[in-house]
Design a protein around this ligand. Structure first.
Ligand SMILES: Cc1ncc(C[n+]2csc(CCOP(=O)(O)OP(=O)(O)O)c2C)c(N)n1
Ligand SMILES: [Mg+2]
Length: 317
């Protein structure tokens, strides 16, 4: 889990300078090798690794507009993912999808820029597994802002009625763009909402990877055994803005600094060391993760963009 967290963070660290290439001196979102919006997942790594450590390639995951940590934890090929984000022809979707639309059928991963949109398809994947008689499960990741979408409420109800082997994971990073959870949600936590739909709801405080692993393990085992859906809300932190270029004027004074002090990677490394892990072993693990990510970016940068004559292939025209 630590290695995957480091890989995920390094992925975002390499995106940062690449994203701003060609977009200066006046910020122009359409320019550079990574055109369009960019939503980074720094700080949210525990949610992805704690859940996905239990999953097999056949289990389906639907993720959000902030998908990199989840894709990496689910085992999406790093080179194909980097190529997709750079809009290259050898990317997951031939460079057509970009960073919010990563699809990898080899490990049953997908994501969408439309918030809460992955929830229905996750129930579909879960019901397909159930009808086929396998014990595969599906996991839908959403943000806490998406829990106020109609799709959230409709999906939870049907999933419970059908006893679908699905787990809904809410990454509560305290903001939907610039709107704080407090301004948008009346109940204390979204885990409370699970009871209204007839499923267990769990809350994991403090962005703790081991606690996520424990709670997710129980929910996944329950789903695999025919016990039906569960909801898990994880208290996490968004270390960056909503998107790259966000001035973050909505954050209270000093919030950014106090969040940095809670960096989950630093904290997890300290926990591993105090549990007896050797610093040299952790360094080696970090080095391996970073070099795999660097190789993926190198691969993407050296790959060709789609040919103009292919513009109307693999799209609805
Ligand atoms: C259906 C829909 N409505 C609005 C948007 C615009 N939008 C993009 S991200 C976002 C906020 C999402 O907040 P949250 O679910 O908490 O996820 P986070 O960005 O914090 O990861 C909104 C409203 C959208 N993409 N889809
Ligand atoms: Mg949020």
């Amino acid at each position: 889990m630590y290695e995957t967290m480091v890989a995920s963070r390094h992925f975002e660290d390499l995106i940062k300078p690449a994203y701003f290439e060609g977009k200066q001196p006046v910020f122009n979102m359409a320019k550079g090798p990574l055109p369009g919006e960019m939503h980074l997942s720094d700080g949210q790594e525990p949610c992805a690794v704690g859940v996905c450590a239990h999953l097999r390639p056949a289990d389906a995951v639907t993720a959000t507009h902030r998908p990199h940590h989840i894709a990496i934890a689910k085992g999406v090929n790093l080179k194909d993912m980097a190529s997709e984000i750079f809009g290259r022809a050898n990317g997951l979707s031939g460079g057509r999808g970009g960073h919010m639309h990563l699809f990898d059928p080899r490990v049953n991963f997908c994501c969408s820029g439309i918030i809460a949109q992955g929830m229905g398809p996750a129930v579909g994947a879960a019901m397909a597994a159930k009808l086929r008689g396998t014990d595969d499960v599906a996991v839908a990741f959403i943000g806490e802002g998406a829990a106020n979408q109609g799709a959230f409420h409709e999906t939870l109800n049907l999933a419970a009625v059908w006893k679908a082997p699905v787990i809904f994971v809410i990454e509560d990073n305290a903001y939907g763009i610039s709107v704080s959870k407090r301004q948008a949600t009346a109940v204390e936590g979204n885990a409370e909402r699970a009871a209204a739909y007839g499923m267990p709801g769990h809350f994991v405080p403090d962005n703790d990877p081991d606690e996520v692993f424990k709670v997710a393990g129980q929910a996944i085992e329950r789903a695999r055994g025919g016990g039906g859906p569960s909801l898990i809300e994880i208290e996490t932190i968004r270390l960056e803005g909503h998107f790259m270029g966000d001035a973050e004027g909505y954050r209270p004074e000093g919030e950014k600094t106090s969040l940095q002090e809670k960096d989950p990677i630093t904290r997890y490394r300290a926990r591993l060391e105090s549990a007896g892990a050797a610093a040299g072993d952790l360094d080696a693990l970090e080095e391996g993760a970073r070099s795999r990510v660097a190789a993926a970016f190198e691969h993407a940068r050296q790959s060709a963009p789609p040919k103009p004559e292919d513009a109307f292939t693999t799209v609805f025209a």
